[in-house]
Design a protein around this ligand. Structure first.
Ligand SMILES: CC(C)(COP(=O)([O-])OP(=O)(O)OC[C@H]1O[C@@H](n2cnc3c(N)ncnc32)[C@H](O)[C@@H]1OP(=O)(O)O)[C@@H](O)C(=O)NCCC(=O)NCCSC(=O)C[N+](C)(C)C
Length: 496
């Protein structure tokens, strides 16, 4: 049974709104309470960004989007939900008061997570009647894309609450990491705070400007961190001898004056102005919305790269995404029982994402094949060839493809695909797929393909079972009545 069937977000700003988007995109209805007069607009904007990002992130079938209900009080928002996420401003008295109010109104079994960046859960749960169900669930911005949640229990939090919380965030595609002991700022913000202090000193002392500092990070260790973190990266840096050698080699540096870590810079008006001016220059006129778009496209690209990592098995955040998608396919990948075969089947809807675009500024070659493959996968699910079928030992493999490129597809462009069966028999499916521009319906690319039904273990083609053929037959018969696509049977170099 699911941990979260209905959720509430108390506080609907950038963080609360993005939690709401995470829940809704996982098919969970969300009650939102935020007294801000523009709460609905702000949450709506975060949701729009999240939907855009998910459109690029995954082709897996998302469940129908959960509904947002804006409530007039905390009580109304929380009284009948399984998970309440508090994301109000970072002030102890305010957060403690809100959490106490949530506790009084919520079902005793409902989980209460706080998005606090650094307050101790023990300090937040002091006035609760049911403190055992309260914990810190600290996410990272943008919450709808970055999967991490630090789960931190207070003195009165029960281990069962932390277990359920970990399972709950997994259901919405996130990775819960359980922090063993509560400390201010937990693990992530403690690390970030140390780096932040050093960064402020480097600007204050005119060692570099904000752009140089960001370049130092993003062209080097920032990329290493995204895929392996700190310790695994340093293990490799130790060479064949690994971590122990690394520690022996760089351990002595810890005693050198390399850090000002505990020495806090005076963030006076002059330094604030200096950083503000350098940051303005660095942004070169790009608005925050534009920077958000660039950030989200880049993050999607990074996650796609990590999904292909470790020889296609997926790595880190990419493996998490692959596993999440597998669950989505298992749940929602079953196609509608009815479909319209009186014309080519409309099977995939997507948008060109940043990782698909090449140096010519349009969708690159292999992404077309990916989209054709996604379309034939959709056909296969329609005839009962799904994950379970493949795991049981049989599948269809593509043996021939002829692609034509008729128009360009640009970043963000909405596309859909249609598939027409040309013929099928016991082993073969011969079909013709078209990628269309969603706005005009115009064909952008076509592929004529042949798939063979195979016994995967034997590596040989074999007849498909009767139940698959029975589903294939009515589509083949319906499509036999259609005109053959103009370029079916065409080959490269053919005279017209
Ligand atoms: C295992 C394999 C697919 C087939 O090998 P085989 O058992 O040796 O099969 P045959 O070559 O004997 O062919 C069986 C019959 O099918 C006919 N055939 C073969 N190719 C074609 C073709 N291109 N067009 C028309 N007909 C074709 C052949 O003539 C035989 O007919 P008969 O009447 O004489 O029996 C093997 O080929 C293999 O493993 N290939 C590699 C497959 C692969 O890796 N493809 C890329 C994977 S991508 C993918 O599959 C995407 N997706 C579908 C999952 C989305």
């Amino acid at each position: 049974m699911s941990i979260i069937t209905k959720a509430a977000c108390v506080g609907g700003g950038v963080i609360g709104g993005a939690w709401a988007a995470r829940f809704a995109l996982a098919g969970i209805d969300v009650n939102i309470f935020d007294p801000h007069p523009e709460a609905e607009r702000i949450t709506g904007e975060v949701m729009a960004n999240a939907e855009k990002a998910y459109g690029m992130l995954t082709m897996a079938p998302l469940p129908p989007r959960g509904k947002f209900t804006f409530c007039k009080s905390i009580r109304e928002a929380v009284e009948d939900v399984d998970w309440i996420q508090e994301s109000v401003p970072e002030r102890l008295a305010l957060k403690r008061g809100v959490i106490t109010e949530i506790d009084a109104a919520a079902r005793p079994d409902a989980l209460i997570g706080s998005s606090t960046s650094g307050l101790l859960p023990s300090d937040l749960q002091t006035e609760m009647k049911h403190p055992e169900r309260m914990f810190v669930a600290h996410p990272y911005n943008p919450v709808y894309l970055l999967p991490l949640v630090e789960l931190v229990g207070g003195k009165k939090t029960s281990p069962e609450t932390i277990r359920r919380a970990e399972e709950g965030v997994g259901e919405i595609g996130m990775k819960g990491v359980v922090i063993a002991k509560e400390i201010e700022a937990f693990v992530g913000d403690r690390l970030l705070e140390a780096l932040w202090r050093e960064a402020l000193w480097l600007i204050q002392d005119d060692i570099c400007d904000t752009e140089t500092l960001d370049d130092v990070m993003r062209y080097s260790f920032g990329m290493r961190w995204a895929q392996m973190g700190l310790f695994e990266t340093y293990r490799i840096a130790g060479g064949e001898a690994g971590m122990r050698h690394f520690l022996a080699q760089f351990g002595p540096c810890l005693k050198w004056p390399w850090t000002k870590f505990t020495d806090v810079v005076d963030l006076d008006d002059a330094l604030v102005e200096k950083i503000g001016a350098q940051s303005d220059a660095q942004a070169a006129g790009r608005s925050i919305r534009e920077l958000e778009r660039i950030r989200d496209e880049n993050l999607v690209g990074i996650m796609h790269a990590l999904k292909a990592g470790d020889g296609g098995k997926g790595w880190g955040a990419g493996k998490l995404l692959a596993d999440f998608e597998k669950r989505l396919w298992a749940k929602g990948g079953n196609p509608a029982k009815t479909y319209d075969a009186s014309g080519p089947l409309r099977l995939v809807e997507t948008k060109v994402n940043a990782a698909w675009v090449d140096y010519n500024g349009h969708m690159t070659e292999h992404r077309y094949l990916q989209l054709f493959g996604d379309t034939s996968d959709a056909l296969l699910r329609l005839i009962g060839v799904d994950f379970a079928y493949v795991e049981a030992g049989h599948s269809y493999y593509t043996v021939e493809t002829h692609i034509r490129h008729l128009g360009e597809a640009k970043l963000g462009q909405a596309l859909y695909t249609t598939l027409q069966l040309l013929a099928s028999d016991e082993r073969r499916i011969h079909f013709f797929t078209t990628i269309h521009d969603s706005a005009s319906g115009e064909a952008i690319a076509t592929a004529e393909q042949m798939m063979l039904h195979v016994d995967a273990k034997a590596g040989k083609s074999v007849a498909a079972p009767v139940e698959v053929l029975a589903k294939l037959k009515p589509i083949t018969e319906a499509h036999a009545k259609l005109d053959a696509p103009e370029s079916a049977g065409r080959h490269v170099g053919q005279k017209r």
